[in-house]
Design a binder for this molecule. Structure first.
Ligand SMILES: Nc1nc2c([nH]c(=O)n2[C@@H]2O[C@H](COP(=O)(O)OP(=O)(O)OP(=O)(O)O)[C@@H](O)[C@H]2O)c(=O)[nH]1
Length: 315
């Protein structure tokens, strides 16, 4: 059967958390992806809700009662033999001590250990989703370097963990200087700094990654930054999304979701079309364009990792 026509298995995947730790189980020898760690879960039965499936699987496989499952990300993935859609939820709410009821190894890992663990391939987007938070601030106007730092500080004080340094009017040396002057404050706040710039610029700074503009995406055939750096891709349509995924983007910005003053000439997608596009994307997607913090939950309900914005955060 061709990949396109075969049925898609809906899988409920549960990230059970206890403070900074996450419960994983080891897939067994007779299973696909033997000896890979996974977030516990399993196939959703016909007509079953995802959180009902998770409650059932955690009782059946780990002997714990769970509750309050919240959606994190949905990952469509084509394995060689099977097409799956992972519905990934997380919860802190459980009663009992998880153990391998089916003989599988079960262990708690600190979240910082997850990058070094062997998971099935589809899980890459889950790890990024856990790392990024749900607000992505993009820098707007600023008067000088001091004003930039003050505005950045406001963003960090608001608890934003992902920030893009975007300063179209400055030359590369000035952007590099701004990045280097501010990276300490960003990291101290537990946040990450993305540069709107090239891989060459990234290599000259301690920033955490680059955000490629949509017209830059087609300049590359392969991932242009190292695995331990973040690659964000700005997109507006399926063609750009495909190219972003082809070059290994860790996350995507999709815009304009709602009408925005920054790009008054572009037609907004609307949240429903946004949801349809996001459903086919196996990495986190931030909604950009007309986004305000009041719209965060609505964006998430339409499949977004969160919202990206200039004016909502930069003041
Ligand atoms: N529970 C879980 N499944 C995952 C994860 N990542 C991932 O790709 N999957 C895939 O989702 C499917 C899980 O289905 P399942 O858990 O009911 O499958 P199974 O134990 O009967 O094993 P099977 O894959 O041999 O049929 C598998 O194809 C598995 O590889 C994950 O983190 N947790």
């Amino acid at each position: 059967m061709s990949e396109k026509s075969r049925p898609v298995l809906d899988i409920a995947v549960g990230i059970l958390r206890c403070e900074n730790e996450i419960c994983l189980s080891l897939r067994q020898k007779h299973q696909s992806h033997a000896d890979h760690w996974e977030f516990p879960g399993g196939k959703v039965e016909q007509g079953e809700l995802i959180d009902t499936a998770l409650k059932r699987e955690f009782i059946e496989e780990l002997g714990v009662q769970t509750d309050n499952w919240q959606p994190l990300i949905t990952i469509p993935w084509e394995y060689e033999k099977v097409s799956v859609r992972l519905h990934v939820y997380q919860s802190y709410d459980f009663v009992g001590t998880p153990y391998g009821k089916e003989g599988q190894r079960v262990r708690w890992f600190d979240q910082s250990e997850l990058q070094g663990i062997t998971f099935p391939d589809a899980n890459k987007g889950i790890l990024t989703a856990l790392e990024l938070g749900d607000k992505y601030a993009i820098s707007g106007k600023f008067a000088n370097a001091e004003d930039f730092s003050a505005k950045l500080n406001n963003v960090l004080n608001d608890g934003v963990k992902l920030i893009q340094l975007r300063a179209k009017g400055l030359d590369v040396a000035e952007v590099r200087k701004l990045a280097q002057e501010n990276i300490g404050a960003v990291h101290k706040a537990g946040a990450k700094l993305m540069l709107n710039g090239t891989p060459e610029l990234l290599a000259q700074t301690q920033a955490d990654g680059i955000q490629l503009a949509s017209n830059q995406l087609f300049a590359y055939d392969t991932r242009p930054v190292a695995k331990d750096k973040l690659l964000g891709a700005s997109t507006h349509n399926p063609e750009e999304i495909d190219q972003a995924l082809k070059i290994g983007a860790d996350f995507i910005l999709l815009s304009p979701v709602l009408p925005t003053q920054t790009h008054p000439d572009m037609e907004a997608l609307g949240l429903d079309a946004f949801r349809e596009l996001v459903a086919e994307i196996p990495v986190p997607v931030f909604a950009l364009g007309g986004m305000k913090t009041e719209l965060l939950n609505e964006a998430k309900n339409h499949g977004a990792q969160g919202i990206a914005a200039i004016s909502a955060f930069w003041r």
